[in-house]
Design a protein around this ligand. Structure first.
Ligand code: SF4
Length: 301
């Protein structure tokens, strides 16, 4: 077997990354994207706690996302609608980082701030139009809007903002969204709350924000009402590099729901039965009943 010389692309790309220009993203700053992230993770990253290095999968994801962003900028440029790409919101305080993806010239002559987001193909397939735009992206683009020094720019800023979702796998159509920015106080309240946590942790390094709550979530989705159910930390923890958090990802498969067999739980699921039913109802708008062997003595759930 040793003469097969399998091409380990992941290792090769990870090595290639080392030759790129240094990453200028400053982890010691607060960033607008931090406003919807796990507060504990942000506080620990920002003060320089130990983190695991990026995996080849992280690198792939960033590379593909960067490529998709560049394609959008080039397409807007060709339409003569690209006013700028990746510009800092200048009115942000110095200790904050945040760049809007693009400004797009509208037929009205105004410029609209927009962002491009790439999503996992499973999520794109399982989601419906009401799942867009995601609240964290509404907050992010609203923050740029309220820190945009439009007075000093040639163009008038449009009253709406937008986020366009692209499937990272490329197989599904894109989803454009347009919405009104959140009121300014919602943005500034969130920024102040995050700054307060950073200050608290400076006074007492052990005074950290709580870990994200564990719960039921789709492990894999195979369709709008079918998939593998898991109990554990939320998806955010999967992308977190903080070392020694109690939430370092440990998922337990608790059930499956398929067209053929319906709902099947594993024994561990009985510890989470109420959360499971609430989750399933929220996601499918259908009621499910427990397998008989699980019914509590003398009654139904
Ligand atoms: S593992 Fe989860 S809870 Fe812990 S810091 Fe990371 S994102 Fe937050």
């Amino acid at each position: 077997m040793s003469n097969l010389y399998l091409f380990d692309v992941d290792t090769a790309v990870a090595a290639e990354c080392e030759h790129r220009a240094p990453n200028t993203w400053d982890k010691r700053k607060l960033h607008v994207t931090d406003l919807s992230a796990c507060t504990k993770q942000v506080v620990q990253r920002q003060r320089g706690d130990r983190e695991t290095p990026l995996t080849p999968q992280d690198i792939n994801m960033f590379d593909l996302a960067n490529y998709q962003h560049d394609r959008v900028y080039r397409a807007l440029e060709l339409q003569k609608a690209l006013v700028f790409s990746e510009q800092r919101a200048m009115l942000l305080p110095d200790e904050w980082g945040g760049t809007a993806d693009y400004g797009r010239l509208l037929p009205s002559g105004r410029v609209r701030l927009g962002d491009v987001k790439t999503s996992h193909p499973n999520w794109v397939q399982a989601s419906s139009p009401v799942d867009y735009p995601k609240p964290e992206h509404v907050l992010q683009v609203s923050t740029y809007f309220h820190h945009w020094d439009w007075l000093n720019r040639v163009y008038e800023l449009d009253e709406y903002v937008e986020v366009t979702y692209l499937d990272r796998g490329g197989a599904n159509p894109s989803r454009p969204t347009v919405f009104s920015p959140l009121p300014a106080h919602k943005v500034t309240d969130k920024m102040a709350a995050l700054e307060a946590w950073v200050e608290r942790a400076k006074v007492n390094p052990l005074d950290l924000p709580p870990v994200l709550p564990q719960g039921v979530h789709w492990g894999k989705t195979w369709g709008p009402v079918s998939g593998e159910l898991k109990y554990g930390p939320p998806w955010n923890c999967r992308y977190c590099h903080i070392i020694d958090c109690p939430n370092e990802r440990k998922d337990h498969i608790v059930g499956k729901i398929t067209k053929k067999k319906g709902l099947e739980f594993v024994p561990m699921a009985k510890h989470f039965e109420h959360e499971l039913y609430a989750f399933l109802f929220e996601k499918t708008k259908r009621m499910f009943s427990a397998p008989d062997k699980w019914l509590p003595e003398g009654g139904r759930l």
